[in-house]
Design a protein around this ligand. Structure first.
Ligand code: A3P
Length: 280
């Protein structure tokens, strides 16, 4: 419940609040005991960080074609899928989730290639707010100031941005099976990020292919073509391709909120060197 009395429907798994997907807890419990194939690639991110954007880029690289995918995107999101569903997906699989590190099987953390994505928390807050308002299952009708009060203390679906990103960041250091990508870098130069992902996955992608994928995955194109929307996204008002910009937070945060958040930032990030850009 926010400070204006608006409710948000969440589900809990391993003590963390999550959006109210059907069978979410069962799916995540099954996932913890699931064994991936060595070639499976994983994208993990706090929601609203560009997960599905970079999921498409990665899938296109693996397919070797800059073409709109005809995959059932919802099944590639771990929170949505049982182990059986995951097992039935065509290989090699690119799976994504907004899970915490302790919800991921040990063998996956050790052996599989993992792409971690982060986005600056101010834009993430705005995007996650708009997503929650548009997502009919969350049933949230609050205004941004009330959502902000919850976000700043991590009391929203998927929990605390700082905890999520800092934990993954510290774990990822020095690991050769992890690539960290930021939303802001992808926005500045998607072709370079596409190349980086190709190199990390040891895919011999040509310069032309990376260029073509970057062109196919611009915000404008993906929004216009409604790339791979999930059923609830089709029902909502397309929060999934909302604005796609860095720095939109300036249109939402008041001066006081911004000062408040900067203070929280200084405190929580003083011992963390995670690279974060609030503008580009
Ligand atoms: P905004 O709400 O700021 O527009 P996720 O997939 O992790 O939930 O992230 C959703 C965010 O990524 C949304 O941000 C969405 O618009 C943005 N996004 C999706 N496709 C994009 C693209 N091709 N380019 C830039 N941003 C994109």
């Amino acid at each position: 419940v926010d400070s204006d009395g608006n409710h948000m429907v969440v589900k809990y798994a391993n003590g963390y609040p999550f959006p109210s997907f059907e069978k979410l807890k069962d799916n995540l419990d099954e996932f913890k005991n699931w064994t991936p194939k060595p070639q499976d690639v994983f994208l993990f991110a706090y929601p609203s960080s560009g997960t599905h954007w970079l999921w498409e880029v990665t899938c296109m690289l693996i397919e070797g074609k800059a073409e709109r995918l005809q995959l059932e995107k919802e099944h590639y999101m771990i929170e949505n899928s049982s182990s059986k569903t995951l097992d039935n997906l065509k290989e090699p699989r690119v799976l994504n989730a907004h899970v915490y590190i302790e919800q991921v099987p040990e063998c996956l953390l050790e052996n599989n290639k993992i792409i971690l994505i982060s986005r600056n928390p101010k834009d993430t807050a705005v995007s996650w707010y708009n997503h929650n308002v548009a997502d009919l299952e969350t049933d949230y009708t609050g205004k941004f100031p009330a959502f902000y009060e919850l976000f700043r203390v991590g009391n929203v679906p998927n929990g605390d941005w700082f905890n999520y990103n800092k934990t993954w960041w510290e774990w990822s250091k020095g690991r050769s099976n992890v690539l960290w990508v930021t939303y802001e870098d992808a926005k500045s130069d998607l072709k370079s990020v596409t190349k980086q992902i190709a190199k990390f996955l040891e895919i011999p992608a040509s310069d032309e292919l990376c260029q073509a994928i970057a062109q196919e995955c611009t915000f404008k194109k993906m929004k216009a073509e409604k790339h791979n929307l999930l059923p609830f996204e089709l029902r909502g008002d397309m929060s999934f391709y909302r604005k796609g910009q860095v720095g939109d937070w300036k249109n939402w945060f008041t001066v006081a909120q911004n000062e408040d958040f900067d203070q929280i930032w200084d405190e929580k990030m003083k011992d963390c060197d995670l690279p974060v850009q609030f503008t580009i």
